[in-house]
Design a protein around this ligand. Sequence first.
Ligand SMILES: [Zn+2]
Ligand SMILES: [Zn+2]
Ligand SMILES: [Zn+2]
Ligand SMILES: [Zn+2]
Ligand SMILES: [Zn+2]
Ligand SMILES: [Zn+2]
Ligand SMILES: [Zn+2]
Length: 460
Amino acid sequence: MSIDIKFTINDILFNQESLQKKNKYTCPICFEFIYKKQIYQCKSGHHACKECWEKSLETKKECMTCKSVVNSYNDLSRCLMVERAFDKKECCCIYSFTEQIVQGGTNCSPPDGASDQNQRKLIKDEENGCKEKIEVDQIDSHLINCQYKFVTCSFKGCEKILRMNSLESHQNECGFKLVICDFCKRDDIKKKELETHYKTCPMVPIDCSQGCSVKIERKSIIDHIENDCCNTQIPCKYFEQGCKVEMKRSELQNHLERVNHQTYMGILIDKLTNQVGHSKKTHDELLKKIEDLSLLIIKFSDACLKKQVLPKALDICSNGYRNKWIISNYSSLAKSKLNCKSLSSPILLILSHHFQVCVYPKGDENKEYISLYLRVNNIEEPNSLKVEYSFTLVNVLDKSKSITKRVDKIVFISPKEWGWGKFLLSDLINKENGWLSNDDKLTIEIYIKILNEEYEPLES
Ligand SMILES: [Zn+2]
Ligand SMILES: [Zn+2]
Ligand SMILES: [Zn+2]
Ligand SMILES: [Zn+2]
Ligand SMILES: [Zn+2]
Ligand SMILES: [Zn+2]
Ligand SMILES: [Zn+2]
């Protein structure tokens, strides 16, 4: 079967034989019906189709019947009446037939002049074919709209050829139609494969294989059997402690109530107590390690600070030494100094003396205040050093709120720190109050003046 049936007017014309006998609607030269042909006649009324006239006039300028002179179509007249009369003759629709391929050399005798090995044969389809009667000039328009013409099912893989009016019902049932699985919502499943898909679809509910009469999505069945199913064979929950009984999960509660498990529970409690003790030990060890590590970090950052030496300020002798010490990441450093270790500034080299500023984030005895001290590192007794100095804790939001504390004269007689244990309440030191910059920096302005370097007289 093919979609387009090739046909001639002879295949579909009603009353063909009687029409042929009348000779009125066939060309007397080529004997064909005048379907889609133009008919011309000579002055004496001898007619023939246009094609036959053309062929004849190429060789002889005369009527094929009466031999009267015909130079051109001007000497002929068109037989429109005959053409129109033929147009109103009735025929059947070619889709009243089906087409059958007949193998060459079979019992069916091929039509005259057949030379193809395989012949197409029209078979009247009384049951499903088109039953309309059509006038000859309506053939083309009818064939375009005929509901009995042949089409191919458009679903991929099907390719079945069928009549247009049965396409819809076929496609509703076509096995190649794509359908949606109601369970997993996949939408690319061929209708004919849906049943097979259900056999493996992970979302289809299936009976529990252990007969617990619960329906579970296929993908969850293993989890159900391992963790929920009342029919799963499980060991007593005190199996490890010595109760070696196995039973269905549904019987566990009954077993626990019926059999005395006190001994096993004792063993379990001992084991758990041990575990808790062990965990606590590990926990303590970890805490200790964290503490050690943070001490290490503090030492390391101190060491880093000490490596850099602040640039030597000018005019040390007459006006004293002025500089700033900016401590980055102050709040995290302060937090890590759980044991009130100090933060030490880089070495301030003033004349030949090594000064350092020391900050204790919580340096007083109650750990409430930030303490600031000045330290001299390299005086050896009996040397002494007279110093005037001040520290200013800078308020970055409002300079006028900065706090300066000053010592007019102090005599350092050994490597020792002097300063203020209660410089400012530690809790006030935050960004909101302006003691820390937005990027967490604390700034201390330093003023140090060495008053003299005299030796104190020795007395004895
Ligand atoms: Zn003809
Ligand atoms: Zn003639
Ligand atoms: Zn039709
Ligand atoms: Zn189909
Ligand atoms: Zn599915
Ligand atoms: Zn089950
Ligand atoms: Zn038990």
